[in-house]
Ligand binder design. Sequence first.
Ligand SMILES: Cc1ncc(COP(=O)(O)O)c(C=O)c1O
Length: 389
Amino acid sequence: MTTPAAPSVLSFRPSDAVQRVIDTSLRVQQPQSSGDLVSLAMGEPDFDTPQQVRDAAAKALQDGYTHYSPLLGEPALRDELAIRIGGLLGSSVSTNDVLVTQGGTAGLAAAILGIVNPGDKVVIPDPTYSLYADLVSMAGGTIVPVPLAEDLHWDLDALAAALDGAKMFVFCNPSNPTGIVHSRAELEALAAMVAGTDILVLSDEAYSDLVYTPEPFTSALEIGGLAGRTIYCQTFSKSYAMTGWRVGYLWGPADVIASAARVHNTFNGSMNTAVQLAALTALQTCGPDIERMHASYKVRRELMYNGLKDVPGLTVSSPEGAFYLFPKYDADLPASEMVAHLRSHGVAVRPGSEFGRHGEHHLRLSYAASAEAITAGVERLAAGFAALK
Ligand SMILES: Cc1ncc(COP(=O)(O)O)c(C=O)c1O
């Protein structure tokens, strides 16, 4: 016997805030991996969280840390984070201005929803991490995408022009999806552009421990002209291989953090207590783990780069950070169709167009995959390109 379908009595339309995201989002849901597919599409470490961090979470639960945490986060964790942030700034910071968030995602959301009013102009690089545009759309802001230069770094003239009248500039360094690292000189140039304005800078440094350039990584907090106007967004996801734990943090000007905290508390209440205590253990003990993972990514980065640079029709820029490569291809096929074509050759990658319109004709490949997967994936990609000729 079949059950009759319930009559539809509801006429539902998502809120305008959600509808704006639906209408404008470039994010694509990856199809499920199946069969013999090699995936170079992942945006997360392929390492497990270090054992001592897992032990710390288990111990915290056994020790009875099962109650609500303070709304801005566990004091011991915030104190430790304040010391680290102070180290970048070169001056001490107040623990009051550190907000622990549900991963970098919720930190970005709290910052953007706490700052942006309908109609506010928010400048983002194009391409960049696609969450920024969705959050600005949700807030009702106006996104101003600035195309990157040919080498995937900022086009400084275009950026300066776009910043005119802007409320905020949002970027990530190192960059997802391009794998480039903005140098100290680029950050100094940004500081000169915003000098004398009220423009805020949201610096998402999720991949700051994954840098392979000879020049050491520079945080926006180290640049005098940026520090006072920067909201610093961090996450434990990438450095500590803790994507599933959902813990990150924000630091910035006191009134901006107070506004972000209001969003955070309204949406989330407080954070998971045991997870925060495990995150504190990660900060205190994972230096060697970060080095171990960095060394492994470095080898795999070479492997992928050397494989891709000889594929006819691909132009690969030097991978400087994160765990991504963002090659440009010359075939006359939109990135979404190219990704489908490559899937039919047994390799999953992401379309550059998912990260902005100027990401078109690029692919994002992740080397957070095994050496075997990288080798096989690059071979399949090369076969896919050869089949187009
Ligand atoms: C640049 C960047 N920022 C932030 C995030 C968010 O990470 P999470 O929410 O896991 O902390 C990601 C995840 O891929 C990212 O690539």
